[in-house]
Design a protein around this ligand. Structure first.
Ligand code: PSU
Ligand code: MN
Length: 308
């Protein structure tokens, strides 16, 4: 496995010394936001992780290697080139064996983070059960990966392009604790509300770190999903987003978009039909998640050192 992994020296040193490290995904850079905002955001998110006491490790597949920690030039490459694959678990063996370049989804990023020994991962929104999944069977590999890989995922909840109710059911089936920070309602990415009660609520990163530590010490493998509500100043009303989402879903159907292209298509459609407002919200919430993820990684590292 080591021959497939390439861990940047700073990240390696931090991991060897039990310091806090936060994994970050690259699909959000290559396929989730337009250039150059995507690269600016990726750098700002890394800076936010550092400012809060942890070492950032952005993960991608670079020339067939699972790269843990990217240089500025590598980030630029992922943000600004056309031939970058969107890599979920299914695509990993192909992209790696062909020495290609791939931006990793939540599922693939978690897996590579786990190979490297990283326990906290920050993203914007996870993939989940799509609307209409009862006939399309479109369920993201992010969920099955969260069922088995022991890396905590910090998100802003689940975007309502998905069926939030069914996604929460699936997470329950797979034994994944879902924690909303500081509120009883589960947030829905652009909005702090979703209409669904959060399965769990915790108010501090210390409590979340203790829950992670307890879960994994019990031998319960798999993720913990942390839902961090978007900062109020950037919220977009759920009713307003629903109009755009409905149109995006119709456009996806009309254009015969299928499989792995559905999520990026819908995200891009919404971004281009909301005059950039959704992009600004997206950037703000990812930074907010990076701050929380770094604090969580610091608490988890401290707890883990004490208990070893
Ligand atoms: N949801 C978002 N933003 C994103 C994604 C999902 O709000 O950028 C990306 C993530 O990389 C996620 C992936 O892991 O899409 C899920 O794709 P799929 O539904 O094809 O599994
Ligand atoms: Mn899918």
């Amino acid at each position: 496995m080591q021959s497939f992994l390439n861990i940047q020296p700073e990240v390696k040193e931090a991991l060897e010394n039990g310091k806090a490290v936060v994994a970050l995904e690259s699909t959000i850079i290559a396929h989730g936001m337009p250039y150059p905002k995507n690269v600016e955001t990726a750098l700002a998110v890394e800076e936010m992780v550092r400012a809060n006491g942890a070492v950032p490790a952005t993960i991608a597949i670079f020339n067939g290697k699972c790269q843990v920690g990217l240089t500025k030039d590598q980030l630029e490459h992922f943000g600004n080139s056309k031939g970058v694959w969107k890599v979920s678990l299914r695509d990993m063996p192909f992209v790696i064996s062909k020495n290609l370049f791939g931006a990793t989804t939540v599922a693939a990023t978690m897996r590579i983070a786990s190979m490297a020994g990283i326990k906290v991962f920050v993203t914007g929104g996870i993939g989940g059960v799509h609307r209409g999944a009862e006939s399309s069977m479109d369920i993201s590999a992010d969920l099955t990966e969260m069922a088995q890989t022991s890396v905590a995922v910090v998100s802003a909840g689940v975007k309502s392009i998905l069926d939030i109710g069914l996604t929460l059911e699936y997470l329950e089936t797979k034994g994944i604790p879902v924690i909303s920070l500081g509120q009883d309602e589960f947030p829905s990415f652009y909005s702090s509300r979703s209409g669904f009660k959060s399965p769990l609520r915790l108010d501090t990163t210390e409590e979340i770190a203790t829950l992670m530590d307890t879960k994994w010490k019990l031998g319960l493998t798999g993720s913990v999903l942390i839902a961090n509500p978007i900062p109020p100043a950037y919220e977009i009303a759920a009713e307003l987003m629903e109009i755009h989402i409905k149109k995006a879903l119709e456009a996806a159907k009309a254009n015969h978009i299928s499989g792995k292209d559905i999520t990026p298509f819908i995200l891009q459609y919404i971004a281009s039909h909301t005059q950039g407002e959704s992009l600004e919200a997206n950037i703000a919430l990812v930074k907010n998640n990076a701050k929380l993820g770094a604090a969580l990684a610091v608490d988890y590292a401290q707890l883990h050192r004490k208990h070893v």
